[in-house]
Design a protein. Structure first.
Length: 276
């Protein structure tokens, strides 16, 4: 299969990254709007759960506060995604500054966006006096959007720079340079799909209603994803300036350290789940 894999709309040839990224944002917007419509119906707040989130708590946050939090998340995510891209490819600054500038302008990283968005949300909530957790309602839209985006990364091929190192495994993919590589983009898609199934299983058994605190669904997602990215980035051809780790891996370690108390508490909680 030749890469990039373009989409065609009549005479138009559309780049896969553009198409899938636009679709990912569209899906995320749909989830957010659907969530807001559900939250605007107080009559269902006592008995309805939307994707594992307790709607009652969201009703305590005014529309203006939700808008402020959304802006904080967007600004933080944009800054985090760009700053971590710069750190990830800082070695190119002395080798090929044009490529470095291009990556800074066009590139972004999910880990940076997630951590930057988290910082932006927490700072905004402190400024406007909101104490409720606001992350649970975004878990599904974020994961589905990430899955769609990673398919776009895979179809883009070499220019996306998200592929893995060379491998002799039968599912390795040649992205066009004659080297069979780990399709790490598809590894991430598979991981997120399994994570969605696991978290949905939790919600369907109402474990969150009985044992999980408000915000724990988002924390579980962040902990699982950061741990996955830390591990999978070892099979990516990245610049590793600090103790054999890339900038993204260092950011993952920082994020996991932030959640260290929650990791211990949630790991103890899982040991008491009844799966019968």
């Amino acid at each position: 299969m030749p890469f990039p894999v373009y989409f065609y709309l009549g005479p138009l040839r559309l780049h896969p990254h553009f198409v899938l990224e636009a679709l990912a944002y569209g899906v995320g917007l749909y989830f957010v709007l659907f969530r807001r419509l559900a939250n605007s119906n107080p009559s269902s707040a006592d008995s309805t759960r939307l994707s594992g989130e307790v709607i009652d708590s969201q009703l305590a946050i005014s529309p203006s506060q939700r808008s402020s939090i959304s802006v904080g998340a967007l600004v933080g995510a944009l800054l985090g995604a760009k700053l971590l891209v710069m750190a990830q490819h800082i070695n190119l600054l002395g080798e090929d500054w044009r490529m470095f500038a291009l990556l800074v302008l066009q590139g972004k990283t999910i880990v940076g966006a997630l951590l930057g968005g988290l910082i932006g949300v927490e700072m905004t909530k402190k400024m406007i006096g909101v104490r409720q957790s606001t992350g649970d309602g975004f878990v599904w839209s974020v994961m589905v959007g990430m899955m769609i985006g990673r398919v776009g990364c895979f179809l883009t091929g070499l220019s996306d720079r998200t592929y893995g190192i060379a491998t002799t495994l039968p599912w390795g993919v040649d992205f066009g340079d004659g080297i069979t590589r780990h399709p790490t983009q598809l590894y991430e898609v598979g991981f997120l799909l399994l994570l969605i199934i696991f978290l949905r299983w939790m919600v369907s058994r109402q474990l969150s209603a009985q044992k999980l605190r408000e915000g724990d669904l988002f924390k579980l997602f962040m902990i699982a994803y950061l741990a996955f990215r830390f591990a999978v980035d070892f099979i990516k051809p990245e610049f590793r300036p600090l103790f054999g780790m890339s900038a993204i891996q260092c950011a993952c370690v920082g994020g996991l350290a932030y959640y260290c108390k929650d990791i211990y508490r949630l790991s103890r909680l899982t040991g008491h789940w009844n799966v019968s």
